[in-house]
Ligand binder design. Structure first.
Ligand code: AMP
Length: 296
């Protein structure tokens, strides 16, 4: 006999979808009291295999996996794609279930931001000013704020983020350290299509021609890694190598190709001497894509 509906749901591995902070806490509290570990995978939904790789990693490493699905308004600039961003909760639930997740937390904006007056969490310095921070000045403040809220709501043992958003990883590592969040931040490698294109919810904006053209991003990064491994350590030369390959693709419009030191995205001198992030943002039509590789 099953003791409770909750237990039954968990045993037949149905994903539970909750919308309120109170309900989520009521579910998680007794599980933690039993000593269960909790993995948190924050997402904006429109889930694909990249997200699934985070969820299945968490499911392997924790007793319970919570996946948040929330298109966070505070990380979008006024001219960005907040309204157009794909919202596909029904198919997201299936992805979570197939990847071994247990609970989906899908709050409304009002649930996450109950008051117009805001408490912000902001990581300052070079780490949020370079790369995407240049053209998206409020983005990382929105990310740090919503992720802090999720950490406080769920109290995860481990939280999972993708290397796809390498700058986000650096910012959140700093935030966890500075605010003494008691959790382990885990980073999952970039999940790519067979073509090499990094999976992204925004890939659905690309038409067939743009999608084919966007393969140039991973190709150029791979070439740079090859050159680096062959002995080319010159920062400007490696950036130029990537830029030249991408520029040959007529549909591409480069926002940046940059290289910074890890951890923390520090400025490099002439040469890559320690692990460094080679990162890019490039538009194809109206769609802005990011990708990166670690040189080490
Ligand atoms: P998003 O829904 O785009 O905010 O992404 C949620 C999480 O999934 C972030 O930690 C992303 O870095 C991660 N993610 C998105 N795409 C990929 C991918 N292709 N490979 C690995 N992680 C990814």
């Amino acid at each position: 006999m099953y003791k409770s509906l909750e237990k039954l749901i968990r045993e037949i591995k149905m994903v539970q979808c909750v919308h309120s902070v109170k309900e989520l806490r009521e579910i998680i509290k007794p599980l933690k009291a039993q000593g269960k570990t909790v993995g948190l995978v924050p997402t904006m939904g429109a889930l694909h295999q990249g997200h699934a790789s985070l969820i299945s990693t968490s499911a392997k490493e924790n007793d319970i996996t919570v996946v948040s699905v929330f298109v966070n308004p505070t990380q979008f600039g006024p001219s960005e794609d907040f309204d157009a961003y794909p919202r596909t909760l029904d198919s997201d639930l299936k992805v979570v279930e197939n990847a071994g997740g247990d609970i989906v937390f899908a709050p409304s904006p009002k649930e996450m931001y109950p008051s117009e007056d805001m408490t912000w969490v902001e990581v300052t310095g070079n780490i949020t000013k370079v790369l995407c921070g240049k053209t998206r000045p409020i983005h990382f403040r929105g990310v740090a704020t919503v992720v802090s809220k999720l950490f406080n709501i769920v109290g995860p043992t481990r939280a999972y983020f993708g290397q796809k958003d390498a700058q986000q990883v650096e910012v959140l590592k700093r935030m966890v350290k500075d605010l003494f969040f008691d959790l382990e931040l885990r980073v999952v490698p970039i999940n790519r299509e067979d073509s090499g294109l990094a999976r992204s919810s925004r890939n659905t904006y690309l038409n067939a021609e743009e999608k084919a053209a966007a393969v140039v991003l991973s190709k150029s990064l791979k070439e740079a890694l090859k050159a680096f491994k062959a002995g080319n350590k010159d920062v400007e030369a490696l950036k130029a190598l990537v830029t030249d390959i991408i520029k040959k693709e007529p549909l591409s419009d480069i926002e940046y190709v940059e290289c910074y030191g890890l951890p923390g995205l520090y400025e490099l001198d002439k040469e890559v001497k320690a692990p460094s992030l080679l990162a890019l943002a490039v538009r194809f039509g109206k769609t802005r894509l990011i990708d990166n590789i670690i040189l080490e």
